[in-house]
Write a protein that binds this ligand. Sequence first.
Ligand code: SF4
Ligand code: SF4
Length: 382
Amino acid sequence: MIRSIRLGRAPNCSSLGNVVNVLAWSQLAVGALWAAAESWRARRSRPEPGGGETRAIDEPPALVRTGERNGAPHEAHVQLTRACPLPCPSCHVAPATRGESVPLHEIEARFRELSAEGVFHVAIGGGEALAHPEIERVAELAHAASLSIGLTTSGRGRVEAAVGFDQVNVSLDGLGPVYERARGYDGAGDALRAIHRLAAGGVRVGVNIVLSRDTFPSLGSTVAAAVAAGARDVHLLRLKPAGRAVDEYLSRRLSAEQALAVWPRLRELVDEFVGVTFRVDCAMTPWLAAHGVDAERMRAFGWTGCHGGDALVAIDVTGRRTPCSFVNAAPSPQWVSPRLPEPCASCDYRDICRGGCHAVAQHLRGDLFAPDPECPAVMARG
Ligand code: SF4
Ligand code: SF4
């Protein structure tokens, strides 16, 4: 029996990204998807502890699960280079213009190791992946290891080198001065041109938009420009206090009012941009939970809140593993089966959300496993 279907492939962060559109689907449409999924052909499958299995599907891109637990991560966030010449103050790593890159033979070994462990998908993030000197060879190494592969880029550099990737997202936090304030340089034009070139080259292309106090008000015009350029996916990310983003985190993060406005705004955007897939990252779950979004539907579509160290693992240039790209900690059993304090322990979303973003909790409370201090339910408790 199929327990959940996770649709799509996100390029980075949040274990494939949580597709928002499905929350508005009719029960009839959900039933039709479940019936169709019985005949989807799996690229790979793996047995899970406690029974059942997880199947990776390429057409359509999806993870179909008949088991309840994860025996290993589904997805790995892999850093190939620390090189990046750009000054983005919201970057979650601390890249360097001449930062080191992982040699191709080492990338191949890491991909093979991940595949042998049961990982289905690798997502390549920053530094600027296109600055890796042999980036055009990387997709074929992933495919040879039976992994699907996504990539995030600023859009500056050799975008043609990303043509072999299964999904490419271009960072576009805003337009004109909004982009410039968010990223520290005037790059919206480059990003839009990159989207256009990738889409024209047949790549499934989307945008990553980091929500901040400054970028949220113009979200609609950012999405409109990205879609006009050829983007088919919009991935919204919560700002995380990691890397360079630590410095101005408090002044850049969404206000509490804006955080509560994310879900109503998303519903408007889904209605307005028919045919575009909207995703939110793992860390955004508390802001949807605050509106009583249908938890059963989230479970059916394999929604992942903080599944770092469980569904997700991150590997940096040195080969060091962390539960996700935004925390400086070793994977541990607490990440797989978190012991949640109140109010998370009695929250209806606890199995989905798992306490909110641990990276934010670490930064603001000095405790990785404290309830997310920016969750409306946690804030209401005081
Ligand atoms: S109370 Fe805890 S589990 Fe519930 S939504 Fe907030 S952070 Fe998530
Ligand atoms: S700590 Fe958890 S919620 Fe935050 S970014 Fe990492 S996996 Fe996502």
